[in-house]
Design a protein around this ligand. Structure first.
Ligand SMILES: Cc1ncc(COP(=O)(O)O)c(C=O)c1O
Length: 397
């Protein structure tokens, strides 16, 4: 790839120097952040934290006290660290298909519900799964909402993460808090067991916190223009065929870093406004792309999507790769999130091929930038490129 100083990054990691300084002061002064603001924003009293969302999910599962080898339903269309969370809790993933909304398919759940003891529901890309229907089908098993993507999305007027028995949020993603996982326990009968697990978590040392802070800041710095297109992506591609500055390997369960909690609490105050801007950007893209062959991420009835990510779907994997290459050549990076998960799940996590829809669509989906930091003219450029690709005759569906 030719270095490109104006390449728009695929993800928006908005962790600036002021966040770094704020995190540094919390680390150096050993500040304990009050998270009452979170309790009032989400109207939920029982909130806990760990170092990642993946470790939070693992702790939730452990706190259920299920016999080793029990099965946990999880959408196949997911990040593989969610499967690691299940396995690290001594349990086994049971894969469930997704529907056209990219979320857990209630019809497939009906077929598999007798075989599972807990269920993880992912609100992928910020799009709400049909929780009422899911609860109706699985009334007797604990439901964990994976809200890694869905902070401030709404389902029938209720905040994502406040409907299942538990929920888990990934703080470095949309909120760009550096790191950390946040857990809500909405069913009070589970609070005691989980708080025992959470209270025993080890804290990182001062040096580890400082190292984490520096890495988070450097990662965000290089995920911005001009460095992303100039250095990070070209080097990443030449080193390993793809760049992914998100840490997908760690499974060391610890307490949240003070810096991450401090930055998360600060950011949450204004975050609903930021979500509004990203929604406006996304609705603009949807309007511009109407009457094109792309499957657009329109909202489901009774939901309000935070549009953390903006997925598009085309008819074949080859077409997806061509449009992504075309966009990158023209200054817009894209992601092919979870594209390889079915293959990896088959090779490493015991997936047996019973999620045909996920297998069909996983390598046809890509996301385009819709970040709240983009200007209208940049969004229009993205839409123009997508439309240009269609009209160049490259896209026959
Ligand atoms: C849907 C989903 N859940 C959970 C996670 C894990 O989040 P974390 O990186 O905070 O462990 C990810 C990570 O990419 C994800 O995409």
């Amino acid at each position: 790839m030719r270095p490109n100083i104006s390449l728009i990054p695929r993800f928006n990691i908005d962790y600036g120097f002021h966040d770094f300084l704020s995190g540094l002061s919390a680390t150096v002064l050993q500040k304990e952040s009050s998270f009452d603001i979170l309790r009032s924003e989400f109207r939920t009293p029982d909130i806990f934290f760990a170092n990642y969302s993946r470790t939070s999910i693992c702790l939730i599962l452990k706190s259920l006290g299920l016999p080793a080898g029990s099965r946990v339903g999880v959408p196949l269309y997911s990040c593989t660290v969610v499967f690691d969370a299940i396995i690290n809790a001594g349990l086994v993933p049971k894969f469930i298909d997704i529907n056209e909304n990219y979320t857990l398919d209630p019809e497939d759940l009906k077929l598999k519900v007798g075989d599972i003891d807990a269920l993880i529901v992912i609100h992928t890309f910020g799009r709400l799964a049909d929780l009422d229907e899911i609860k109706r089908i699985a009334p007797d098993i604990p439901i964990i909402e994976d809200c890694a993507h869905s902070i401030f999305s709404l389902y029938k007027g209720k905040q994502a993460g406040t409907i299942g028995d538990f929920s888990s949020f990934s703080l470095p993603k949309y909120l760009s808090a550096g790191g950390g996982g946040m857990v809500f326990v909405n069913n009070t009968s589970y609070v005691e067991n989980l708080s025992e697990c959470m209270d025993s978590l080890e804290h990182s040392s001062f040096t580890e916190e400082l190292k984490h802070l520096l890495i988070m800041y450097a990662r965000a710095f290089f995920y911005h223009r001009p460095w992303f297109g100039l250095l990070a992506l070209p080097i990443g591609l030449s080193v390993e065929g793809k760049v992914d500055l998100m840490d997908k390997t760690s499974f060391d369960i610890k307490s949240i870093n003070r810096s991450d909690l401090h930055v998360a609490v600060k950011k949450i105050r204004s975050f609903q406004n930021i979500v509004k801007i990203q929604r406006t950007n996304s609705l603009l893209l949807i309007k511009e792309l109407a009457d094109t062959p792309y499957a657009l991420p329109t909202e489901q009835e009774n939901t309000c999507c935070n549009y953390y990510l903006f997925p598009l779907q085309v008819a074949t994997e080859g077409m997806r790769d061509q449009v992504c290459d075309y966009l990158r050549e023209n200054g817009v990076d894209t992601s092919k999130l979870f594209s390889q998960t079915p293959e990896i799940a088959r090779a490493k996590y015991g997936y047996e091929g019973d999620c045909p829809h996920t297998e069909k669509v996983a390598d046809r989906i890509f996301t385009v930038p819709n970040h709240y930091t983009l200007k209208e003219k940049e969004l229009l450029k993205i839409a123009r490129l997508l439309k240009g690709f269609c009209s160049s005759g490259s896209m026959h569906v």
